[in-house]
Design a protein around this ligand. Structure first.
Ligand SMILES: N[C@@H](CCC(=O)N[C@@H](CS)C(=O)NCC(=O)O)C(=O)O
Length: 219
């Protein structure tokens, strides 16, 4: 069985949890918890799995490790059919990858830098270098990114166009992280707020944290 090296409540692991649920692949993977607050992701054992020392990591049955949410989502899309999250046509693939990267650069990764640099982050044992000014700049970048995605969603129902895709999942990851660091979506980003409300109703998003709990024994 494939494994996901994971942190249950993490915004990046959420991206893979949501992709798995959208594709109904939950039963094909086993979650292995890595404790970020204890720095388990910086041990030599973990770095041998993922040089970058981040979660999530997909471990295939043959022992291959695939890190990076985008790469994992691509793998899952090639592994199993519908719904396709990374595009069918050349145009769809191009747009989805552009918007996915933009969601990382302008929102999710920016909030991550804010968290690690301008807040206590994962605690003093893990955050060995912090640059608060850089963190606050990235926070402001993320707020600008929220306005950008608000504008995009005024013109189309989903981040990369007419259909739900990996790019939506990445914006969702960004807004999950924004919630964790208490960075509210600006009040005048009403379209983004309404879109996020709809996204939170999707079972893949709503049940993402509990999906790895063992099913309760039924009598
Ligand atoms: N670019 C990576 C980023 C993953 C990432 O930053 N994951 C977080 C978990 S939510 C992490 O491992 N943070 C620990 C750290 O950076 O020390 C991806 O897309 O998978």
């Amino acid at each position: 069985m494939m494994k996901i090296h994971d942190w249950r409540t993490g915004p990046y692991p959420a991206r893979v949890r949501i992709a798995l649920a959208e594709k109904n692949l939950q039963s094909q993977v086993r979650f292995v918890s890595v404790d970020l607050r204890k720095g388990e992701h910086k041990t030599p054992e973990f770095l041998a799995k993922n040089y970058s020392g981040t979660l999530p990591v997909l471990e295939l049955e043959d022992g291959t490790f695939i890190a990076e949410c985008t790469a994992i989502t691509e793998y899952l899309d090639a592994f199993a059919g519908a719904p396709v999250l990374t595009g069918r046509t050349a145009r769809e693939k191009g747009l989805i990858h552009m918007m996915n990267k933009r969601a990382e650069l302008e929102l999710l990764d920016a909030i991550s830098v804010y968290f690690h640099h301008a807040t206590p982050g994962l605690g003093p044992d893990v955050e060995i270098y912090q640059n608060a000014e850089w963190g606050f700049r990235q926070r402001d970048k993320a707020l600008r990114g929220m306005h950008y995605f608000d504008d995009i969603l005024q013109r189309q129902p989903f981040v990369a166009g007419e259909a739900f895709s990996m790019a939506d999942i990445t914006v969702i990851g960004g807004l999950i992280f924004a919630g964790l660091v208490k960075l509210p979506v600006p009040a005048n980003c009403e379209t983004l707020q309404a879109w996020y409300g709809r996204m939170q109703e999707r079972p893949s998003v709503k049940n993402r944290v509990t999906m790895s709990e063992p099913a309760k024994a039924s009598i």
